[in-house]
Ligand binder design. Structure first.
Ligand code: ADP
Length: 463
C-alpha cells in the first residue's frame, strides 16, 4: 500500500529537489549572463592598473616580481608570459590540465585583451576553475620585451567567509525543512491511523473505543464529529437492545399464558365454567398481543427519520367525539361518566396520527379510572393554538413516576392487573412532537390525572 506517510515524504523530497533544481538553473543563468561579465571587467581593470603602474615606474625585474608577488598576496593568481617560452606564476599555482591556448596568447600579443573569464563555458562552477584559460590577459611591455599578464581572483578570494556561512545556513534550512515535513507527516498520518482503527472498532460494534485525538484543526473536527457519531451509535445500539429485550419480554408473557391455558383446555377433567374462563384468558392475551403489534408498528414507523406526514384540515371536535363513541361500550362497562366541552375546531394535522393521541388518552383514562369515576374532555381555544384536556378521577400517578410515563415501555407498576404495553404515552409524545406541540401531565395519586395537549392551529376556531 502506498501509505499517506510515504506520499508525504516523497512529496517533501521532490519539492526540495525541484526547488533546488530551479534555484540552480536561475542562479546559473544569472551567473552566465551577468556575474561572469562583471568579474571579467573588474579583472581587466585591475590588470590594467597593475600594468600601468609597472610600465610607468622604472623598476628592476626583481622589483617587478616582488610587486606582482604582493598583488598576488591580495588574493590573485598572476601568470606572466613573455611569449618566448618563459612563464612566471605569482600566488597559488594554476592547474596544469588546461594550459593557455595559442589563441589566448596571440590576442594579448596583438595588443588586445583576453577575456577568458567571460568566455569560459564550463557550467556553473567555472567561476572556481583554477585554470589559466579562466583568466583575463592584458599586454605588458618592459622595455623591449612584450609580456602577457594573465590574472584571476584566487578561489580563497572568491569564496569568502560569508559564502561559507550562507551555504551552511541554506543546508540547515533544507535539513530542518525536511525533518519538519517528516514530523508533520507522522503527526498527520498518526491521527488518521487512529481514526481508521476507530472505524474498524465501530464496524465490530465496539462503540466504547476511545479516540486519542485532541487537535483543533480539520482532523480534530473530523475526530469530534466521529466521536459524536460514536455516542449516537452507542445510544442507538443500547436503545435497540433494550427495545428488543422489552418486546421479547412483552411477547413472551402472553404467549406463555396462552400456551399454559391452551394445555389446560385440553384436559378432559375441566368443567364448562373453567373452559369458558380459560378461553376468555386466551382471548384477552391474544388481544394484548394484537394491541402490542399495532403499537409497535406505530412506534417503529414514527421512529423513522422522516415520517411521511399527511396534513389535512380536520374537525378536531368531531374526531374526539368519534373516539369517545368508539369506546362507549367500554366506558359504560366500566361504569364511568364522560362529559365534554368540544367547540368546533379546525386544525391542520395528520388525521390518523392525531386520532392515535385521543385514542390512547381516552383508553388510559378508562383503564386507570375507578368504578363510578369521571372523565372530562375539553377543547380550549388559545388563539393560534388549541389545548385539548383529558381529565379523569382515576388512580393517578406517583410524583416520582411522572417524568418517565412518556418513555417507551414504561409502566408505573407492571404488576397492576391492567393490560398495557407501556407504549401508548410514548406514541402520544412522538405524535405531539411531530405536530410541533407539547404535552403535559398533572396527577394526584388516588384523586386523578390531567393530560394537556397543546397543538398549533392553522385555521380559525369557531365556537
Ligand atoms: P400502558 O400501555 O401501560 O397504558 P402508557 O404509555 O399508555 O402505557 O402509560 C404509561 C403508564 O402511565 C401506565 O402504565 C400507567 O401506569 C400510567 N398512566 C397513563 N395514563 C394514566 C392515567 N390516566 N391515570 C393513571 N395512570 C396513567
Amino acid at each position: 500500500m502506498n501509505s499517506l506517510y510515504k506520499q508525504f515524504v516523497t512529496a517533501a523530497l521532490t519539492t526540495l529537489f525541484i526547488s533546488t533544481l530551479i534555484g540552480f538553473l536561475i542562479v546559473n543563468t544569472y551567473y552566465t549572463d551577468v556575474t561572469k561579465h562583471n568579474t571579467d571587467e573588474q579583472l581587466v581593470e585591475i590588470a590594467y592598473h597593475v600594468v600601468d603602474f609597472l610600465e610607468n615606474t622604472p623598476l628592476s625585474t626583481e622589483a617587478v616580481f616582488e610587486y606582482l608577488d604582493s598583488v598576488a598576496l591580495l588574493g590573485y593568481q598572476i601568470h606572466l608570459d613573455n611569449f618566448e617560452g618563459d612563464t612566471y606564476v605569482f600566488g597559488e599555482p594554476f592547474n596544469s590540465s588546461h594550459p593557455l591556448s595559442d589563441s589566448a596568447k596571440e590576442i594579448v600579443q596583438g595588443g588586445e585583451v583576453y577575456h577568458g573569464v567571460r568566455h569560459l563555458k564550463n557550467g556553473m562552477f567555472s567561476h572556481f576553475d583554477n585554470e589559466l584559460r579562466n583568466t583575463v590577459g592584458v599586454p605588458y611591455h618592459k622595455g623591449e620585451t612584450a609580456y602577457g599578464l594573465y590574472i584571476r581572483a584566487s578561489n580563497d578570494t572568491v569564496t569568502t567567509d560569508f559564502h561559507k556561512l550562507l551555504i551552511v545556513f541554506l543546508l540547515i534550512i533544507a535539513v530542518v525543512n525536511v525533518l519538519g515535513m517528516l514530523l508533520l507527516a507522522r503527526h498527520m498520518t498518526k491521527s488518521i491511523s487512529y481514526l481508521t482503527e476507530a472505524t474498524k472498532q465501530i464496524a465490530v460494534e465496539n462503540y466504547n473505543y476511545h479516540l486519542h485525538i485532541s487537535r483543533k484543526d480539520e482532523i480534530g473536527q473530523l475526530a469530534s464529529s466521529f466521536h459524536l457519531m460514536q455516542i449516537k451509535l452507542r445510544h442507538n445500539d443500547l436503545a435497540r437492545k433494550t427495545f428488543i429485550s422489552n418486546v421479547s419480554h412483552d411477547y413472551q408473557s402472553p404467549l406463555m399464558s396462552i400456551q399454559g391455558y391452551a394445555q389446560l383446555l385440553k384436559s378432559p377433567v375441566i368443567d364448562d365454567s373453567e373452559r369458558m374462563e380459560y378461553a376468555a384468558i386466551i382471548e384477552k392475551e391474544t388481544q394484548r398481543l394484537s394491541n402490542l403489534t399495532n403499537q409497535l408498528l406505530v412506534v417503529t414507523s414514527l421512529d423513522q427519520e422522516s415520517y411521511p406526514m399527511t396534513y389535512t384540515d380536520l374537525q378536531l371536535d368531531l374526531q374526539i367525539k368519534e373516539v369517545i363513541r368508539k369506546y362507549w361500550w367500554r366506558i359504560e362497562e366500566a361504569n364511568i361518566d364522560v362529559s365534554y366541552i368540544l367547540p368546533s375546531t379546525t386544525i391542520y394535522g395528520d388525521k390518523k396520527l392525531l386520532e392515535n393521541i385521543w385514542d390512547n388518552l381516552l383508553t388510559n383514562a378508562v383503564k386507570y379510572n375507578k368504578p363510578g369515576g369521571l372523565i372530562d374532555v375539553s377543547i380550549v381555544p388559545l388563539g393560534k393554538s388549541v389545548e385539548v384536556i383529558f381529565r379523569d378521577t382515576g388512580i393517578g400517578v406517583e410524583e416520582e413516576d411522572l417524568p418517565y410515563i412518556f418513555d417507551k415501555f414504561y409502566r408505573v407498576d407492571p404488576s397492576r392487573p391492567k393490560e398495557g404495553t407501556g407504549l401508548g404515552l410514548s406514541i402520544v409524545k412522538q405524535i405531539v412532537d411531530l405536530h410541533q406541540g407539547t404535552v403535559e401531565v398533572e396527577s394526584t395519586p388516588g384523586v386523578g390525572t390531567k393530560f394537556k395537549v397543546r397543538l398549533p392551529l392553522s385555521r380559525s376556531i369557531k365556537s
